[in-house]
Design a protein around this ligand. Structure first.
Ligand SMILES: [Zn+2]
Length: 181
């Protein structure tokens, strides 16, 4: 059954009672907290949500967030696409105490006594913050900065580490030489 898309702010309990399921799109431009994590704010994010009550009477909202955003490659400092995919499962609670009692599969979404509405933009923004990697670089061959051969160091390092292992033979040889004397 088709339902109207979510308003900017809404009472989640109302949607829990309706067992609302739906999807929507949000512009990254509306998410201020993401500004210093993204290279630019181009792009749209799609979300899918489902509200309901589980077998243990826990009121929940679950769903997923997908989209493409632009990060700065930490190697060449140019733009690199990042494919966002974040699933979430939030338990709606009234206090920190209730939050502690939630089963492990739920992250708490604490509803303020004074302000019982939530914003889908805030919720999606929070999930994107959780999804973004701290460091992101182009895939091999797509970065304008080539990794220099010298930087492929493990091989060299291993050789250096293996050198001391050669020494026992030298010691053996010395012992052999001694015996022969
Ligand atoms: Zn790069």
């Amino acid at each position: 059954m088709y339902m109207q898309s979510l308003p900017t702010r809404f009472d989640p309990m109302l949607y829990v009672r309706r067992a609302y399921e739906g999807e929507g799109r949000l512009s990254l431009k509306t998410m201020a907290r993401l500004q210093n994590r993204l290279l630019d704010q181009e792009g749209e994010i799609t979300y899918q949500v489902a509200f309901g009550v589980d077998a243990q009477s826990i009121k929940f909202v679950r769903g997923q967030v997908t989209g493409i955003c632009h990060l700065q490659c930490q190697r060449c400092l140019e733009s690199v696409d990042y494919n966002l995919y974040q699933e979430f499962q939030l338990g709606l609670v009234r206090s920190e105490q209730e939050a502690d009692q939630l089963p492990q599969q739920y992250e708490p979404l604490i509803l303020d006594e004074d302000c019982e509405t939530i914003s889908m933009t805030d919720l999606v923004e929070e999930e994107i913050l959780l999804a973004l990697p701290i460091v992101h670089v182009h895939e091999e061959g797509q970065c304008s900065v080539k990794v220099p051969v010298a930087a492929q160091a493990p091989v060299v390092d291993q050789e250096q580490q293996q050198k001391p292992r050669v020494n026992p033979f030298a010691v053996l040889k010395e012992l052999k030489d001694l015996k022969q004397k």
